[in-house]
Design a protein around this ligand. Structure first.
Ligand code: SAH
Length: 345
């Protein structure tokens, strides 16, 4: 059966026309879906006969809340969703001055194997469908009662490893008849799949591309990010340049500060040299400690010094404020904890 919530309005219109329905009908169904209807019977402006026909022909799934944690410090809400096949993924709702931002997952687990990341510990289980990405935005908004204005693809999984699905998700969430979230309000983070960065550049979307750089030398980067053995720092940065030339969008580089590894003044100087000529913004993230990993976060004064060194050389750099530290709000931590507790692994 077709997954109806993964369909575009145009596709739905074509399908319903084949069923002999008038054109506006697809719009009605699409609106219900994008408001989070859980089944066809909720679609009360459709005839019972049509609702039954749709139910027989299409699959309509919704996640349920497996866990919901709210930070007492800053109101961040973390959701662990149970998908229709029993797998779980996480989303996080963060409340910023510029609006509520939801961070969503694109895969169950992750194949990329970064040493510091909790999401990849059990490898990739499966990729999500477009509807399962959309649902995280929809149901976070519905459950919390807070309007979502920004989306970041920085949860579990590698967006560019699920490329077609992610593009379709973007189309759905951006559609005027759906949630209508503007591309400029969406960020996509990648560990650096260069061929896909080039494909994305050709789409010329106005979203923000975040690149998880984390180290400016191949020696260190290959040690913590296996993808660097396929696409090294130089190849990656060249792709970032092309991306900017094509889209005019400045690249945001993520840099997790790891004590004694990538946080020295020498590393800052190499980074400065390599980013020369690239329209960049560097986001410094004090490493989140992950169980079973020997990597430690940099000391706060080291982070500040690193930031100042970049800034002194004209590279805009910010230190990311950590939210939800009291609720395991980052990267795959809750899913792992849950699976360990419920004996899924
Ligand atoms: N796969 C994509 C999306 C994940 S986004 C990517 O690699 O970009 C999550 C961001 O958090 C990435 O920049 C990732 O490298 C970073 N991250 C993962 N584990 C982390 C940790 N323990 N501490 C700080 N940042 C981490």
């Amino acid at each position: 059966m077709k997954d109806i919530k993964s369909m575009t309005l145009a596709e739905l219109t074509e399908d319903l026309a084949a069923l002999g329905e008038p054109k506006f009908r697809a719009g009605q169904v699409y609106t219900w879906l994008h408001r989070g209807a859980r089944n066809f019977d909720e679609m009360t402006n459709l005839s019972k006969a049509l609702r039954e026909k749709l139910a027989a022909q299409y699959e309509l799934t919704c996640p349920t809340v497996a866990r919901r944690l709210q930070s007492a410090r800053d109101g961040t809400i973390k959701y662990l969703w149970r998908l229709s096949d029993g797998n779980c993924v996480e989303s996080v709702l963060m409340r910023y001055h510029h609006g509520n931002t939801v961070c969503i997952s694109c895969e169950v687990g992750c194949p990329m194997g970064c040493a510091f990341c909790a999401s990849t510990r059990g490898g990739l289980v499966r990729r999500l469908r477009p509807s399962e990405m959309l649902d995280q935005v929809l149901f976070t908004q519905l459950d919390s009662g807070l309007p979502v204005s920004n989306i970041v693809l920085m949860g579990i999984g590698e967006p560019l490893d699920n490329y077609d699905t992610v593009l379709r998700f973007l189309q759905l969430v951006n559609s005027p008849e759906g949630m209508n979230i503007g591309m400029r309000h969406i960020s996509l983070s990648t560990c650096g799949l260069v061929d896909k960065i080039d494909s994305l550049a050709r789409q010329n979307l106005q979203l923000t591309l975040s690149v998880s750089l984390h180290a400016p030398t191949d020696e260190i980067r290959s040690g913590i990010m296996p993808i660097n053995r396929r696409y090294n720092v130089e190849t990656l940065l060249a792709a970032c340049k092309r991306y900017f030339e094509r889209t005019g969008r400045r690249i945001s580089f993520e840099y997790a500060m790891i004590r004694g590894l990538n946080d020295t003044p020498e590393m800052a100087d190499i980074l400065i040299k390599k980013l020369r000529g690239i329209a960049a913004h560097v986001n410094l993230i004090p490493l989140n400690e992950v169980a079973e990993s020997p990597l430690k976060p940099s000391y706060p004064d080291v982070v500040r010094a690193f930031q100042q060194r970049l800034e002194a050389h004209g590279i805009p750099a910010t230190v990311r404020r950590t939210l939800g530290g009291d609720i395991n709000a980052s990267c795959g931590q809750l899913r792992r904890k849950y699976e360990t507790e419920t004996g899924k692994e």
